[in-house]
Design a protein around this ligand. Structure first.
Ligand SMILES: C[S@@+](CC[C@H](N)C(=O)[O-])C[C@H]1O[C@@H](n2cnc3c(N)ncnc32)[C@H](O)[C@@H]1O
Length: 390
């Protein structure tokens, strides 16, 4: 059986969580942390399926076909032509090359690099089959990933396709949703596994609730997703993937998970999204203003992602975050609150002493995850210019 080097990509800040997850899924400790991802060596196609199906914090899983040092532009063509592409796809399938080129002496943009690789692939097919595969930009069967970073070049297959944050349960969107991958990463960073009640009082489309429910009930992240790019590969083994899916069982834990939002339309969206998870057991959501909410249990955890709306006046958004801090302090003593926002400035106005502050990215947007333990005395005096909380 052939083994491959894999790369699981994620958002900056979630690398350690992803490594722990990869090691657990593959029952190994041999993965290594890289920038925005985890490298895993010597793994099978079965492992590619498993990572795609189970990982909550990976965005995509790449299977490396060649890695080499570029000495000139032609090296890319030469190496690209030597890869046994015909093992992976047929001439009738469409391809797309996704390329990045940074700090390269030979490629000042990715367009030339991807054209060269496409020519290499097509020339190889022409020599073997007398025909070449077509390129499709919108609906390719096969996604080829080309990464050039100074003189280092990696050619891989994207085994995932669209990012794994597309879990398949979210049929209704609301404005400014948090990524499913980020929400799952935040919950894992907090260490919550379902032991204490969980609330998201600004739940929007219900991402934290859905991810928390799936995590605590052991529902695989890929359970509701239909498409993975590896299904188009020639060596794809349907039975192997079916066996992985079959093994994933619905858990039996019954964690208390509830959400609310001030906007009825958000609550309707969250209800619909959550209804796809496990009918009858999915988290409850209701219309409620956070500022009229009081703790339903002596202990619990809040995950929230308040609006970071740049359309609001700066003064108002800071005041809004200050009110969140006041409300938590007065009404949620004994609880933990994890607040993620891309408005780092506004977060400083919460006015509580953070236990942890973790830089994280929601896609390209930099944000902070703040952990507050709400006990008597956790209030920080409101002083002008609370500029240290970065
Ligand atoms: C950034 S969005 C949250 C997105 C959510 N995490 C998701 O993944 O869809 C902020 C949410 O806070 C809600 N919100 C704003 N003010 C609120 C309030 N006073 N009480 C409850 N919810 C509020 C908004 O309706 C919006 O859905």
């Amino acid at each position: 059986m052939t083994n491959y080097n894999l790369f699981a990509s994620t958002y900056q800040g979630l690398e350690e969580v992803l490594k722990a997850e990869v090691d657990q899924i593959l029952d190994t400790e041999s993965s290594s942390i890289r920038r925005r991802g985890v490298a895993i060596s010597d793994r099978s196609l079965f492992d590619v399926y498993k990572l795609n199906f189970y990982s909550r914090t990976a965005l995509r899983i790449f299977l490396e076909l060649d890695r080499f040092e570029l000495r000139n532009a032609k090296d890319l063509y030469k190496h690209g032509k030597e890869i046994e592409w015909e093992r992976w796809f047929s001439v009738n399938q469409t391809i797309k090359i996704e390329a990045t080129a940074n700090n390269s002496e030979y490629f000042d943009n990715e367009i030339f690099a991807s054209q060269l690789l496409k020519d290499a692939i097509c020339d190889r097919f022409r020599e073997i089959h007398g025909e070449r595969p077509s390129v499709s930009i919108d609906h390719p069967d096969i996604l080829i990933h080309l990464q050039i970073s100074s003189d280092n070049c990696t050619i891989s297959l994207n085994s995932t396709g669209d990012s794994l944050h597309k879990r398949g349960y979210k049929t209704k969107q609301t404005p400014a949703p948090i990524s499913e991958v980020l929400a799952a990463g935040i919950i894992q960073l907090s260490g919550w596994k379902g032991e204490v009640p969980l609330l998201d009082p600004m739940c929007g489309s219900g991402t934290f609730l859905a991810e928390a429910f799936m995590l605590s009930d052991d529902i695989a992240a890929g359970k509701y997703r239909q498409w993975f790019a590896f299904k188009s590969w020639l060596p794809y083994n349907k039975e192997d993937f079916a066996a992985i899916k079959h093994k994933s069982v619905l858990g039996s834990r019954k964690s208390f998970i509830e959400g609310s939002d001030i906007h009825p339309l958000s609550v309707m969206a969250a209800e619909e999204n959550l209804s796809h998870l496990y009918k009858g057991r999915n988290p409850n959501v209701s219309v409620q203003d956070f500022f009229s909410l009081i703790k339903p249990f002596p202990k619990g955890v809040i995950f929230m992602n308040p609006p970071y709306d740049v359309r609001l006046e700066k003064k108002d958004i800071k005041e809004f975050y200050a009110q969140i801090g006041d409300h938590l302090k007065k009404n949620f003593e004994g609880w933990d609150a994890w607040i993620f926002s891309s408005n780092i400035d506004a977060l400083k106005s919460v006015g509580l002493k953070p236990n942890r502050r973790i830089p994280l990215y929601n896609g390209p947007l930099e944000g902070r995850l703040m952990h507050f333990q709400l006990y008597k005395g956790s209030k920080r005096p409101r002083i002008k210019n609370i500029g240290d909380a970065t």
